[in-house]
Every structure is written in structure tokens, then in C-alpha cells.
Write a protein that binds this ligand. Structure first.
Ligand code: HEC
Ligand code: HEC
Length: 281
């Protein structure tokens, strides 16, 4: 069992602290696409973790089962909505996504490499930013608000065609500085509770916190459909919730801080399969 960090965390964790292993189960989508839910940690994590694990392994049996079949996965309803906007003309140029990109399947593999450095923009871009770049600069349409409706639905659709492929974001070259910023955030203790992401998701995964089975906080499964709020949730919105739980000031979805954190957290799951839209409680 991993060490508990600090008296405050110990009080947050249920007493006596219960440790429950992630389940020994395999995820095969629609009886054909094998999903890698645990694998050797990427090299940059070799000092802290041996293995990386999808949040799927920490969820209950029914929640896991819902994700195995697209007909049972409520997240796929939002993917269908995004397919409609993929084909819908919008903006002053009279174009749809399909006018330039043909079918959604041409995007297979794209999600696995985001966030990534964009040469023209001179910064790291998330998938939602890239989509908005196409909307504002190529379609003459308005940007979609971050982590909401159309934007999160489209991210889920783009993710759905990459499921089963390994997450593989670049952390070197021009993206390195942003990655370092995200790493600093991950290990910095914040809020009245003085907790870092690592205190919970690296030091204590497997432990029960309140009624919840703590995972490694991976984002290979994002966007996630949460049974709690019955909609798709973006990784930035999840970060915001976790930071609030430490009673710290948080950042906005789409902010430079969360872009950096998304790059770093994604890189902790390099080697796991793209899994979104996934189901969580
Ligand atoms: C007028 C043509 C055009 C339209 C319309 C368009 N795009 Fe693009 N899109 C591009 C071009 C060109 C690129 C490559 C840009 C680059 O490499 O920086 C691109 C890149 C992308 C990428 C990144 C691909 C990668 O390999 O990194 C995504 C995702 C994307 N578009 C999604 C969309 C979506 C979703 C829509 C509709 C909301 C859309 N695009 C509308 C031309 C278009
Ligand atoms: C006080 C402990 C705690 C801290 C600190 C914390 N989290 Fe969480 N986090 C949780 C709990 C509990 C859950 C829900 C159970 C789970 O999936 O681990 C969760 C869930 C998540 C998930 C969803 C994982 C999935 O597969 O659906 C992500 C991503 C995440 N956290 C990222 C972060 C990041 C990034 C930070 C730092 C900014 C952070 N968390 C800080 C407790 C914490």
C-alpha cells in the first residue's frame, strides 16, 4: 500500500483506510476493439510509477459494462449529435467540417496526439482549440464555448474514432516548456488542504476517499459521461472540480494553466488506449 500524505488527507480518506485493488478485467469495445487499460508507465514517470491504469479499472461492474457496448454507452448519443454538426454548414464561408475533411473517420488517430504544439499559433493547442481554429479561421463561424455542448460533443466524436489507439503526446521539442508548467502544477500543493494532484492520484490510488475508489486520475477516457450529471464532461472541468475539492482558487476551462495541465496529465497516460467517451460515476 502506498503512503498517506499528511494528516489532512488521512482525515479525508475513510478510516480505517480501505485499499481495494483495481479490478482484474479487460475492456473490449463492441466485441472487437481491445482497449489497453493498464500498461508499463512511460519513461518520464519511471521514478514514481511502474504501471499506468485507466480510471475504468476503478469503477464498479455495471459502470464498466456500460462502456463495453456503444448501444449502452450514453456518451454515444452526444457523438451522434456531433456527427450532425460535422455535416452542417455554418459560418460566412458556407462550409461544414465535412467540406474539407470528408468523413469523421479521416480523423482516426488525431485525438491520440493532442494536446500538441501548433507551429502557426506558436503554442500548444488542445483538440477543442484546433476545432475552434477551423471554425473561426476557415469557416467564418463563431468559436464554441470551452468544454460545453458542441465543443465537448465534437471532442467526443473525434475521440470515438481513435478508440483503441495508444495515447502518444509529444512532451519534448517546442511543447516541453508547457509540459514542465503542467508538471509543476501536478506536484504543487494547493488550497486550504495543501494537497497536490499527486498526493491523491499518485500516492493514494487504490484507496477509498469518502465513498470513491481513487484512480490515477488519467484522462485517456475523456470526454467522460458521468452518471452523476448525465452529460459529457471535459478534462478541464474535471480538473476544476478536483482543485475546488482542495479548497483552492481554480482556473477556467480553456485557460493556459489547464492547457498545460492537460498536456502533462495526458502524457502520464502515454501507452494507454484512447477510450473516450467513457463512463464514470
Ligand atoms: C476550409 C477547410 C476546413 C474546414 C471547413 C474545417 N477544417 Fe479542420 N482543418 C483544416 C486544415 C487545413 C487543417 C490543418 C491545419 C494544420 O495542420 O494546422 C485542419 C485541421 C483540423 C484538425 C487537426 C488535425 C490534425 O491532424 O491535427 C481537426 C481535429 C479539425 N481540423 C477539425 C475540424 C472540425 C471539427 C471542423 C468543423 C467544425 C473543421 N475542422 C472544419 C481545414 C478545415
Ligand atoms: C483530495 C484528493 C484529490 C486531489 C487532490 C485531486 N483529485 Fe482528482 N479525483 C479525486 C477523486 C476522489 C476522483 C474520483 C475517483 C477517481 O476517478 O479517482 C478524482 C477524479 C479525477 C479524474 C477523473 C479520472 C477518470 O478516469 O475519470 C481526473 C482526470 C483527475 N481526478 C485529475 C486530477 C488532477 C489533475 C488533480 C490536480 C489538479 C486532481 N485530480 C486532484 C480526488 C482528488
Amino acid at each position: 500500500m502506498r503512503k498517506l500524505t499528511g494528516a489532512i488527507l488521512a482525515t479525508l480518506l475513510t478510516t480505517p483506510v480501505a485499499f481495494a485493488d483495481p479490478v482484474d478485467d479487460t475492456l473490449v469495445l463492441n466485441e472487437e476493439t481491445e482497449i489497453v487499460t493498464r500498461t508499463a508507465a512511460p519513461d518520464h514517470l519511471s521514478d514514481s510509477l511502474d504501471e499506468v491504469m485507466s480510471g475504468w479499472l476503478f469503477r464498479g461492474k455495471e459502470t464498466r459494462a456500460m462502456q463495453a457496448d456503444d448501444f449502452d454507452n450514453p456518451g454515444m448519443i452526444f457523438v451522434e449529435q456531433a456527427m450532425d454538426s460535422w455535416n452542417a454548414v455554418d459560418g460566412s464561408e458556407g462550409k461544414s467540417c465535412a467540406s474539407c475533411h470528408d468523413g469523421l473517420e479521416t480523423m482516426a488517430g488525431v485525438k491520440a496526439t493532442y494536446p500538441k504544439w501548433d507551429e502557426a499559433a506558436g503554442k500548444v493547442q488542445t483538440l477543442q482549440m484546433q476545432v475552434n481554429e477551423c471554425r473561426t479561421e476557415r469557416m467564418g463561424a463563431e468559436a464554441w464555448p470551452y468544454d460545453k455542448g458542441n465543443a465537448i460533443n465534437m471532442e467526443a466524436a473525434l475521440s470515438s474514432v481513435s478508440r483503441g489507439l495508444p495515447v502518444n503526446v509529444a512532451i519534448d521539442g517546442p511543447a516541453k516548456e508547457t509540459w514542465e508548467q503542467g508538471k509543476d502544477m501536478y506536484y504543487t500543493r494547493t488550497g486550504q488542504l495543501e494537497l497536490s494532484c499527486a498526493n491523491c492520484h499518485e500516492d493514494n490510488y487504490g484507496n477509498m476517499i469518502r465513498a470513491d475508489h481513487l484512480s490515477q486520475g488519467q484522462i485517456n477516457g475523456f470526454p467522460v459521461y458521468r452518471l452523476k450529471n448525465t452529460k459529457l464532461n471535459g478534462s478541464h472541468s474535471r480538473f476544476k472540480g478536483c482543485i475546488r475539492d482542495t479548497r483552492a482558487e481554480t482556473y477556467k476551462p480553456g485557460s493556459p494553466e489547464f492547457i498545460a495541465l492537460e498536456l502533462y496529465v495526458t502524457s502520464r497516460g502515454n501507452g494507454l488506449s484512447v477510450e473516450g467517451p467513457s463512463i464514470r460515476n
